[in-house]
Design a protein. Structure first.
Length: 215
């Protein structure tokens, strides 16, 4: 499912209409004291609407892109598979490491049986055990590398930009995709310095999106 709301919000300059009612009226200034600044009945200033949560996901490995499962504007859930690498080489390396571990483990077990029969010493058993442990660590390392072959969404949201294409080779650390969470938005604006006398937390404001007419 595609949505255009987030793209419009990210690109537009929203017009902020601040409508202030009688509840925001300042109390009358004491006799002889300068009158406090009052909020305007209505005014408009430009504002930029942006997502509170956004992220650029980068590659954790060097490799070739196999599949990009989402496109610009697509919605996705947390944990969704976004990009997959061609990891046939990494899988072959994992299979090789697993085979070496099995062989080292069998050697260790054989040394233990020989020790029980008095045909192998303690040193032989320890050396075989160390070799098996080293082979196991290689399996763990290859498994961790294989986990980098898929890029998953860290949060639910929308795709703001796709930076790579299938069959493209990328380097480790290269940006792959930009994500935004459009469920929580913020408005950024510059207001006149005089507004600080009446603009407070909780002041009601309305934002009108010019492109869509939404308020």
């Amino acid at each position: 499912m595609r949505t255009r709301a987030f793209a419009q919000c990210a690109a537009l300059a929203a017009m902020l209409a601040a409508t202030l009612g009688a509840a925001l009226a300042q109390p009358a200034a004491p006799q002889g004291a300068p009158a406090a600044a009052k909020p305007p009945a209505k005014t408009e200033i430009p504002a930029l609407v942006a997502a509170v949560e956004e992220s650029t996901l980068s590659s954790q490995m060097a490799g070739k892109i196999r599949h990009v499962t989402v496109g610009l504007g697509d919605q996705f859930k947390k944990g969704a598979h976004l990009i997959e690498f061609d990891c046939s080489e990494q899988r072959a390396q994992l299979d090789s490491a697993a085979a070496e571990f099995r062989a080292a483990r069998e050697t260790h077990l054989a040394r233990m049986r020989l020790q029980a029969l008095g045909a192998a010493g303690e040193l032989d058993v320890k050396v075989a055990a160390a070799a098996a442990e080293k082979a196991r660590s290689q399996v763990n390392f290859r498994e961790s590398q294989l986990a980098y072959c898929r890029v998953d969404a860290p949060f639910a949201g929308n795709v703001a930009r796709v930076r790579v294409k299938p069959a493209e080779s990328v380097a480790a650390g290269q940006p792959l995709i930009d994500l935004v969470n459009t469920n929580a938005l913020k408005a950024q604006m510059f207001v006149p310095a005089a507004w600080v006398t009446w603009l407070k937390i909780g002041t009601p404001l309305s934002i009108s999106i010019k492109e869509t007419g939404q308020v």
